[in-house]
Structure formats: structure tokens, C-alpha cells
Design a protein around this ligand. Structure first.
Ligand code: SAH
Length: 521
């Protein structure tokens, strides 16, 4: 297909302030088809999960040059990539046209004749206001909002800000990039008659689980900032509306607000759990410790599928959703389809595995209520007497099921439909966070994951676990036992052996522990 030369090749996209849920639908659409994503350092990294998996991801930090001589390099990269016929998403924090130099980039693209599109984003002031329950405008208290840069030095030659006008501005001031110059900004506003009693706030990382805030009167704001230890980047809100906020905002009331939670599921399966944690106000850290891959040898699987198609097996047993997906996809890959399963009876280890089967319109004949091998073996014992049973499973795992079924079945065979292995290079940044004690809850979603993770803990981290500063939460009693066998304490075990159950266990545990407070007055 001939590509239309007027079709946009470059998208200037607002990434929003931090919560990945605040990316626009349009932003997600274009990210999903980008060949290159060129992102600013402040952009929430989680948004890169929405990018086309084949896209090249480059942080502008890694381009040559330093602020501000980095900009020509950014412009060149955009133009050259677009001219090569590729689609570029230029991802910028908040809104691209609010203190984001998006206007300059658009101008450069226009001059170069490169078609582009601009996708707005939620700017920091709007997000901070929403996530703190502060109405930026109010019928009685503020009829205007000013978005102000705090980057320009008052008194600097060429300074375009009229601080006298801002001091008299009849509304809310939202100052971006102003933390480093806060004393000067306050001095200018007070000099021109703004009341030192004006309600004010500083917000750091608005819309994320580690949002922090300081509230004070304008005259005391710098002092309050220092004692709270808030540093740039942060947003300053000044105006009567700041006093209209709720005691704790709707966001700060979320059950896991302010808590950092480690998610150890394999990377391609971690997404939904990470999003659920974000919606509960937590700061999730992805830390895959095991990977799931195709088996090195499909031979035995292909042979077994042929036998199933010939009616050589009576039962097909799945012990994970992964196993279901891998086996069904393999059917397609070797030119077969679901008809090959014919009248074979199907068992699933638990409701999630049964859900995976239902995605292919397959109803499991047996599903125990819990998710453990013993339960499945018990549920199957009466069914499989004298029958031929095929277990589709991972390369490693427990042997209980095979052993128990072999006692009654005529034949039990196992096929490896996927392989698990430990991740060799663990994320060093996350390990450092654990070492520094920044992460409180570690979720363990299988025994293998527990073993891989705990084996990577050095003495510092181990010490924190033993002192209860890091809390290990297990998805099931079996995983809990694996943790205890390695000599570590288990802080909680899920009641329901699924990731939702695991999250519930973290919420319950957090409820019994000291609530976090982000507010400092
Ligand atoms: N284009 C961005 C602003 C870029 S300038 C937007 O529309 O939001 C960078 C400044 O934005 C920071 O110095 C800080 O003042 C503010 N900022 C960006 N994200 C923020 C956040 N999540 N919380 C608080 N301030 C933020």
C-alpha cells in the first residue's frame, strides 16, 4: 500500500502526570503503532507498556548534548525517523504544549514539511487539583487559573513574567518548575501585596501512589517545604481554593495509598496485577524473577496432540492458564484446531485455568474450588480410574498430581507445554530499593518465584525481612511453605489462591499496619 505523504508520521503526545490511566485513548492508539517512542525523562515509564512491542524506545536523556543544546538532536531524530517512513511518538509529561516545548517541536516539524498530530495530555496542575480534591476554580473563590513557570528568575533581564500582575491575579496560581526558586517567588508575590496568609500547597508526583504534599500559608511555605524535605520537581498551588480541599483526598484514602509493592509475576503476565495495585493507590514495582517460554522441544507435545485427536487419551489435565494458552496455540501452529480435542475430558486445577479454557469455548469437566494439586487429584480420583490421563504442564513444578493419579489411572503421561526459568539478570534498581527499605510488600505468586527471589536477597535485604520491614505475602499455603522452608517469615497468605486473592491479602495486611500519611502541615 502506498503511504499517504500527508499522513502524520510524528505524534506529539501528552503522557499525563503519572497515573498511566490518565493517558488519552488517542495517545494509547498511536503508541500502539509507533516504530519509535522518544520520551522525556519525567514521563511515567509504565506508559511504555502501551507501546508497540516492536517499537524502539529512546529516552531523550540518552541523546547527545545537554539542556538546552539537546533540543536540536531531538528535532533531528524526529525529522529523520519520519522521513525514513516510520511513525514516531514524541511522548512528553503532562500536556505537550504546557511548558513542554511541544510548540517548538511542532514548529520545527512544520518548517521541515513533516506532517504531525498533537495529542493533548492531563497537565500537572489539573491532576494535582483532582487527586487532592482542590477545585482550581470556584464560583466564590477563584474565577481564573494561571499556569505560571517558576523557572524564569524574577529580575532577570528579558523576564516576561509580571509578578505584580500575578500578585493581583484574581484566581489560583499554579507554578510549574518553581521549587528551586520558591523563596524568590514568595518574596515577589508578597512584595506586590499578596497576603502571606494565602493558602498554598506543594505537590510532588501528583496522581501517583507516592504523591507527597505540603500545605502552608504562603508566608510559611518555604519553611514547610524544607521541614518536609520536598524537592524539585513539584507543583505549587497558591490561592483560596487550596483551603477547600478534603481532609484526605479521595485518592489518599485508597487502601494502599503510599505503599510500594513488589510484583514478581513474569513480565508479560504482570500487567493486570500492576494496574489493580495502581488503582488501589499503591506504587507497584515490576520485578519478574521467572520467565515463561515455549518448550525447547515441541516434539512430545505434537505427538500427544496427534494421539488426542485419535482418541488415545481419555483425560487432558491443565494445571495453569499458561498451559491452556500454550497448548491451544500449538494446535493452531501445527495446522490443527479445537476439533482435535474431540471427546477428551478436560480438568482444570482452578477457576482461573477454567476461565482460560472458556476463552476457547471449552468447559472443564472438573474444576476443584481451590488451586492446589492435592485438591485436583482428590476431585479426579473417582473419575480417572482405569483411564488414560495426559497432564499438560510446565517443565518444573510439583509431582503430586502425577503420583496420585498414577495410583488409579491406567496410564498417566506428562507433556511440557511451557518452560519456566529463573531470570538471570534481576533489575538492579529494584534490588536497591529493597536494600534501602523503600518497598514494604513483596508479593510471591508461586513457589518457584519465591525460591528465585529469596535466593537473590543479600544480607541487607534478608535483615529487613527478618525485622518485619519487608513483608512477604504468599499466594497460597504451598508458596508460604516454600518461603518458610527457606527460613523466612511469611507475613500473610492469600485466602483465594489467585492474584486478586494475593492483592486482597496485601490490603488486609496494610490495614492492620500503620497508615501512611503524605500530609505535612
Ligand atoms: N508539560 C508538563 C509540564 C512540564 S514542566 C505538564 O503539562 O504537566 C515540568 C514541571 O511540571 C515540573 O517541574 C513540575 O512543576 C510539574 N510536574 C509535572 N508532573 C508533575 C507531577 N506529577 N506532580 C507535580 N508536578 C508535576
Amino acid at each position: 500500500m502506498m503511504s499517504d505523504p500527508s499522513e502524520p508520521r510524528v505524534f506529539l503526545v501528552g503522557a499525563g502526570p503519572g497515573d498511566p490511566g490518565l493517558l488519552t485513548v488517542r495517545g494509547a492508539e498511536v503508541l500502539a503503532r509507533a516504530d519509535l517512542v522518544l520520551y522525556d525523562q519525567l514521563v511515567p515509564r509504565r506508559l511504555l507498556d502501551y507501546a508497540n512491542p516492536a517499537a524502539e524506545l529512546i529516552c531523550v536523556r540518552d541523546l547527545p548534548g545537554h539542556h538546552p543544546d539537546k533540543y536540536p538532536h531531538i528535532h533531528t531524530k524526529l525529522i529523520e525517523t519520519a522521513r525514513a517512513g516510520k511513525t514516531v511518538v514524541r511522548l512528553k509529561g503532562g500536556d505537550p504544549l504546557v511548558f513542554g516545548r511541544g510548540g517548538e517541536e511542532a514548529e520545527t516539524l512544520r518548517d521541515a514539511g513533516v506532517p504531525y498530530e498533537i495529542v493533548p495530555g492531563v497537565t500537572a496542575a489539573f491532576a494535582a487539583a483532582s487527586y487532592l480534591d482542590i477545585p482550581l476554580t470556584h464560583r466564590l473563590h477563584a474565577s481564573a487559573v494561571a499556569l505560571v513557570t517558576g523557572h524564569e528568575l524574577p529580575n532577570k533581564p528579558g523576564n516576561k513574567l509580571d509578578w505584580e500582575a500575578l500578585a493581583k491575579f484574581p484566581g489560583t496560581l499554579a507554578v510549574y518548575m518553581g521549587i528551586a526558586r520558591l523563596p524568590l517567588i514568595i518574596a515577589e508575590l508578597l512584595k506586590f501585596g499578596k497576603s502571606p496568609d494565602t493558602p498554598s500547597a506543594i505537590i510532588e508526583r501528583a496522581s501517583t501512589g507516592d504523591m507527597r504534599t505540603v500545605f502552608a500559608r504562603l508566608g510559611d511555605l518555604e519553611q514547610a517545604r524544607r521541614s518536609a524535605g520536598l524537592e524539585a520537581p513539584g507543583l505549587i498551588l497558591i490561592g483560596a481554593v487550596v483551603d477547600l480541599r478534603a481532609d484526605r483526598s479521595w485518592f489518599e484514602r485508597k487502601p494502599l495509598f503510599g505503599h510500594r509493592v513488589l510484583v514478581t509475576r513474569p513480565r508479560h503476565q504482570a500487567g493486570p496485577m500492576i494496574r489493580k495495585l495502581e488503582l488501589l493507590g499503591a506504587v507497584p514495582h515490576a520485578f519478574p524473577t521467572v520467565e515463561v517460554r515455549d518448550p525447547t522441544d515441541w516434539g512430545p507435545v505434537d505427538a500427544a496432540l496427534g494421539e488426542v485427536a485419535h482418541g488415545d487419551w481419555d483425560w487432558l489435565v491443565f494445571t495453569s492458564a499458561n498451559g491452556v494458552h500454550k497448548l491451544v496455540r500449538r494446535l493452531g501452529a501445527i495446522g490443527m484446531d479445537l476439533r482435535a480435542l474431540g471427546p477428551v475430558k478436560i480438568a482444570a486445577i482452578g477457576p482461573k485455568t477454567a476461565d482460560a479454557l472458556r476463552e476457547y469455548h471449552l468447559n472443564a469437566d472438573v474444576v476443584p474450588k481451590t488451586y492446589i494439586a492435592e485438591e485436583l487429584a482428590a476431585a479426579l480420583t473417582s473419575e480417572v480410574a482405569g483411564k488414560r490421563v495426559l497432564l499438560a504442564r510446565a517443565n518444573r513444578g510439583r509431582d503430586v498430581l502425577r503420583v496420585e493419579l498414577a495410583k488409579v489411572a491406567a496410564t498417566v503421561a506428562q507433556i511440557t507445554v511451557y518452560e519456566q526459568s529463573d531470570v538471570v539478570t534481576l533489575d538492579a534498581e529494584v534490588l536497591d530499593s529493597l536494600r534501602r527499605g523503600e518497598i514494604r510488600y513483596v508479593t510471591l505468586s508461586s513457589s518457584n518465584i519465591a525460591r528465585a527471589l529469596l535466593g537473590a536477597f543479600d544480607e541487607t535485604i534478608q535483615g529487613r525481612v527478618h525485622r518485619g520491614e519487608i513483608r512477604l505475602v504468599a499466594i497460597s499455603p504451598e508458596t508460604g511453605n516454600a518461603v518458610r522452608d527457606l527460613g523466612f517469615p511469611v507475613a500473610a497468605e492469600a485466602d483465594l489462591y489467585t492474584t486478586d486473592g494475593l492483592i486482597d491479602a496485601v490490603v488486609k495486611l496494610a490495614n492492620t499496619e500503620r497508615p501512611v500519611s503524605s500530609h505535612m502541615e
